[in-house]
Every structure is written in C-alpha cells, then in structure tokens.
Design a protein around this ligand. Structure first.
Ligand code: R1P
Length: 320
C-alpha cells in the first residue's frame, strides 16, 4: 500500500490510512461499535438482508471493508436510508482515527451514534441501556507515578470537563430505546470515558501501583449523575463539538449542508451495561444476544429520524 501526503495519508484510490475507506463507501449516518461481531449482528437489521442467514457472515447485499488495522465498515440502507456500521475496536485513539478519517471522506453533515458496552456505577443493571447526555474523561495522571514525582499533592487520576452529546440525538435515542426495551431499562445521565479498562476504571490489580481505591467515590463526587464507565464516548462527543462546517471537499461539487449548524457532526451514544460494578455482576451471553439487536434497531431508527440538515444537498451514498 503506497500512501501520499504525510499530513493526512491516503492511498492512490483515496482510501484513508487506518480505517481504509474512500469517498462513496460511507453513509452520512453512522453507527459505531467496538466489537466487529456486534457490527455483523447489527447488519442483519439492514434492508435486503435475510435475518435467517448465518449470524457470523456479512450479507453479499451490503458493502463491507475490513481494514489492515482492524476497522470493519459495512454500508447499506435502513428503511431506505443509507447508513454505515463501523467497528473500531477499543479506546479513544481508535475513536480518533475513526471520526477523523470518516469525516475526511464524507461530504456534508454527519450523525454518528456509538452503541457500546459499559460498566455501571449507578443502579442501572446488567442488560439495561444508558444514554449519556454528556461525557468526561478519566485519565491516569502519569506524572503522579513518576519516581521523581513532586506531585504528592496531585491526584492519581485527572478528570476533564464534560462535553455534551447532541440533545436531539440523545432525546431520540432515549425514546427509541424505551420503545424497544421498556422505560425502566433505559437511563439518561453522564458517562465517564476512561483511558484504561483497568486502572482508570477503578479495577484492583495487585501487579501494579494504581492508587485507585477511592476512584468511584471521586467520580460520583465530581459528577453526581455519573452512570457509566467505558472507553470511547468522550472522544466522540469532543470531536463532534470541535468539528467545523468549513471544509468543502474540492473534488465534490457538494456544498456544506449544515450551514445552520455550528458543527458538521452530530453525536450521540448509548451503551449496554455489561458489568455492574457495585454488585460485581457480569451480563450473560443470552442477555447480550437479546439486547444487542433491539438496541441496534433503536439506534438505526434514531439515525434515520434525526435530520442531517439540508439533505437535498447531500451526496447520498449508495450502499446496496
Ligand atoms: C472493553 O471491554 C471495551 O468494551 C466497551 C469499552 O468502551 C471498551 O471498548 O465498549 P465496546 O463494547 O463498544 O468495545
């Protein structure tokens, strides 16, 4: 694979360096997940896919691309509207690759919704869904652990300011999740995104010095509405809130459609509680198989329900 442009590498076909997508392969409405197997499960709700087909394979009716860096993109239509599913793996770095590289090859406004899994610090039970209105970052304070550290008064974990989801996307997700799973299984609040599955999510590991015994208490004191811990949502919200409307793609004649919006990306997220951190329960395989497709439908319904802006000016992606 030969790349040009060290600032934003792309190959001769216009494919991005890590996600491996090019213009025309992604829809403006995207659901992003961590696990590629979840992406394939969700793809079974797309138009023209036989729901009785083998669960582990992607329908030949859909566009799909697996990149050499572990990103899986599937594009098709949901109730007639082009949508993509992108599996990104784990962590804020992967979210950064995904959002920036997808933004670079899609014209016009975008809506991106993450459907992830999480740990619950709240009363949300395994199998419930949390839809965070905002998210903050929990970062290990590396300096605190340095041998020559003079940071004895500093905290071992740094908590960022909150960034908000798009309020309409959040409200639509709450409504559609409640329709699929029932009101009492859907929670709205604040998410904390951590830079580790372990130390900065308060997991105890005797093999390392983590100083995280009080972390849960600190998080709830910092933001009493903290419901969940996971590893990507903060960066999605942050990038959506720092996305610009400006860049018109020279090679396309499409005008930026989101002229009335300040940002070119609207973002939302929802997460299935896999780990109940207070009671120490973990979700069963059966519950994952039951909840995932229902949550997926609620996300697809939300993606197509929320307007992108002036859709007449959009470059519709033909996915199927
Ligand atoms: C950890 O097991 C992973 O699961 C959660 C976390 O954010 C992290 O990526 O989300 P996904 O199920 O979407 O990957």
């Amino acid at each position: 694979m030969s790349m040009s442009n060290a600032n934003f590498p792309m190959d001769s076909e216009g494919r991005t360096y890590h996600v491996g997508v090019k213009r025309g392969e992604l829809a403006n409405r995207i659901i992003t997940v961590g696990d590629p197997a979840r992406a394939i499960v969700l793809s079974r709700s797309l138009d023209g896919v036989d729901p009785s087909a083998p669960a582990k394979s992607i329908s030949a009716n859909l566009f799909s691309h697996a990149s050499h860096r572990g990103f899986l993109t599937i594009t098709g239509r949901y109730k007639g509207t082009p949508v993509s599913i992108v599996a990104i793996g784990m962590g804020v770095s992967m979210m950064d690759f995904f959002v920036r590289e997808c933004r670079a090859v899609v014209d016009g406004p975008m809506t991106i919704i993450r459907l992830g899994s999480c740990g619950s610090l709240s009363d949300a039970k395994v199998g419930d869904i949390c839809v965070p209105s905002s998210s903050y970052l929990v970062q290990r304070n590396y300096d605190y652990f340095a041998e020559d550290s003079s940071a004895s008064s500093a905290s071992p974990y740094i908590l960022s300011k909150k960034f908000d989801a798009d309020p309409e996307v959040t409200a639509t997700l709450v409504k559609n999740m409640s329709a699929q799973l029932g009101d009492n299984h859907v929670w709205n609040g604040i998410n904390a995104t951590a830079d580790s599955f372990y130390s900065s999510q308060g997991r105890q590991d005797e093999n390392f010095v983590d100083n995280n015994q009080e972390l849960f208490t600190e998080l709830v004191k910092y933001e009493p509405g903290t419901l969940t811990l996971e590893m990507e949502t903060f960066l999605l919200y942050h990038l959506a809130r720092t996305s610009t409307v400006a860049p018109l793609k020279e090679e396309s004649k499409v005008k930026a459609a989101a002229t009335s919006n300040k940002h070119s990306i609207r973002a939302g997220a929802c997460m299935m509680v896999f780990a109940q951190r207070k009671s120490n329960e973990f979700i069963s395989k059966e519950d994952v198989a039951r909840v995932e497709p229902l949550a997926g439908k609620a996300v697809f319904d939300s993606l197509v329900e929320v307007s992108l802006g002036d859709e007449s000016e959009l470059h519709a992606t033909e996915g199927s």
